[in-house]
Ligand binder design. Sequence first.
Ligand SMILES: Cc1cc2nc3c(=O)[nH]c(=O)nc-3n(C[C@H](O)[C@H](O)[C@H](O)COP(=O)(O)O)c2cc1C
Length: 214
Amino acid sequence: MLRRWMPLTMAMILLLVGAVACQKATTTEQSDTTEETMRMTTQEKMDIFLTRRSIRKYKPELPPQELLDKVLEAGTYAPSAMGKQSVTIVAVTNRAVRDQLSQLANKARGGDKDQFYGAPAVFVVLADKSLSSNYLQDGALVVGNMQNAAHALGLGTCWVNAAKGIFELEEGQALLKKWGLEGDLVGVACCIIGYPDESPESAPRKEHYVIHVD
Ligand SMILES: Cc1cc2nc3c(=O)[nH]c(=O)nc-3n(C[C@H](O)[C@H](O)[C@H](O)COP(=O)(O)O)c2cc1C
């Protein structure tokens, strides 16, 4: 009886082992292919810097938090004078707060429009003037890092120059307090962010932008 079933059992075991091995090979192959797709050429990496543009038309949907967090993280790794990290970023994804900031920008700058070009989120970049005399430079580099990172991830951004005015207003000061922020904070930029709904061309670079000196 046992002898009768032995070849069949052996065949089934062999089939099972074969199937597992095959599955493993396919998975490895798939991950190799994904890695291959993820690998960027040097030119593709450079293109991130060359093709980023300020976006002034956005799709209404909010990008996933995971993507926004990647952009924020890139901001936190910007250089800062003497490593002082004088910048604080306030990530605003709440629609009511985003709209309030746009209203305050209208008040500070004059106007009665959506100051954020329909972008669903705003990263408010503030810098502590008491921490570094280079607070503005620190803030600008944070914005630049976030703009390039966002572009690399398929998101659009624009620097909206309303932050200084907003946080000089009483209402702006009250917001800082509400957010639990202390220090001698100055608004550097409102970096608006979302999925782009336009693809603007870059202006030609001016002549003699770079001069080489031996
Ligand atoms: C310090 C600074 C302030 C800016 N302020 C505004 C602004 O208030 N509104 C706006 O639409 N774009 C603003 N921009 C975006 C510039 O207009 C934009 O970077 C420039 O026209 C070049 O275009 P590009 O970013 O597509 O290369 C600002 C950029 C910088 C660096």
